[in-house]
Each structure stands twice: as C-alpha cells, then as structure tokens.
Design a protein around this ligand. Sequence first.
Ligand code: SAH
Length: 226
Amino acid sequence: MSFSASIITLFPELFPGPLGASVIGRGMADGRWSLETTQLRDFATDRHRTVDDTPSGGGAGMVLKPDILAKAIDAVSPEGDARPRLLMSPRGTPLTQAKVRELAAGPGAVIVCGRFEGIDQRVIEARQLEEISIGDYVLAGGEVAAMVLLEAVVRLLPGVLGAAESHADESFENGLLEYPQYTRPQLFEGREIPEVLTSGDHGKVEKWRRAESERLTRARRPDLLT
Ligand code: SAH
C-alpha cells in the first residue's frame, strides 16, 4: 500500500511543482506515493464561487468559510478514511523530523492549505484538523508548506531513496546536526579535506564525525541537546 496525499487548495496548479522532480517525482512515477489535488472553489455554491468572507469582529483580510471547506474535506476524506487531516498553519505544532517519520509510517495525509487570513476556527474543530507549522514566519498560503511537509515525508518512504542515499545519520535523525561533508578534489582553493577522512580508519572517521556533530549542534542548536 502506498502513501496517499490529498491536498485541498485554491491553487492546485502549483502541484506537483517540486514534488514532481528528482527522487520524489520518481517515487510517484514508481507508485510509492500518490498525489491528488482538490480545488476548494469547486465546492462553493453561489455563482461567484465565493470561498471567503470578512472576519467576524472586523479587521483586515478575508477568512475561508467553514461550510465550503467542510464540504471539500468530506468529499476528499469520507468517514473511515484513516489518514490524518492536517492544516498548514503558522499557529500549528512545529514540524519535526519525528513528526515526518510518524507520517511516513502511516497511510497518507489529507492536507488543507490556507490562504488570506486563515480559516474559520469552527471547521478546524468540527473536522479535527491538526495544525502544523513549518516555522516561525508567515507565508502567503499553505501550498509551499504542504510541499515542504510532503517532500520530507516522501523521501523516507521505502524505496524512494536508494541505499546509496540513506538517511541514517542525517541531521535530526539522531538528535544532532550532521557533520561536515567533503568530496574530491583533495585540495580546493588552499583548503584540504580533513586528514582523518582520507586515512581509511573507519573507527577514527566515526569518532571525528560524532565529535563534529556534537560541536555543531552545541554551537548552532543547543536547544536540540536539552
Ligand atoms: N493570519 C494568519 C496567517 C495567514 S497566512 C496568522 O497570523 O496566523 C495564510 C496561510 O498560509 C495560512 O492559513 C497557512 O495555511 C499558510 N501558512 C503561512 N505561514 C505558515 C507556516 N509558517 N507554516 C505553515 N503554513 C503557513
């Protein structure tokens, strides 16, 4: 059974975008994951195909209407669908590699992309949307955030990365940032590859990498160590 992603968006033409390229795109062509997009506007009922309205209580911008979005969610993810329903949102739980791993182990995801000021709170509650943020900054819409999430998830699916591109000691997989990487030439603009890496002593290489990982994590992301 392959990972099934369904996206609800006002901009389906943005997909697959980067998700169609390289290993992620090949994974889709190989049937390891699938992507379906749904145009939220198709669920509007008036002749202007309205999906948003002004915020209750006043203020700038527009809010996505709960009734239209609920209909779209119900069409994409009928009762019994085991996939988690996610809402990309700067207010959400920050996306981590642990969450990415959890999603990759599941059947897929239904992902709602917000636009404008966001979406009506009642549909978040009524459809149990899990809010996920990709970082502490504000995007113009949830589409790029959904792509970030899916790209991180799909590369973990079995068979998507070849053995040659394994992710066992990548950043975050062991709670640390990755050690520095080098490749030929041996000498680049006066800089040598650290000698230990060309010594052929695997024990020493492992120790050096571990020490570098710890040093970088302490310097850049001490929060990961606590
Ligand atoms: N007014 C909202 C921001 C709306 S941005 C607020 O202050 O919280 C419009 C849409 O972009 C959001 O509904 C969400 O789907 C998406 N978005 C913006 N920033 C995001 C982030 N950091 N992570 C995930 N989605 C984000």
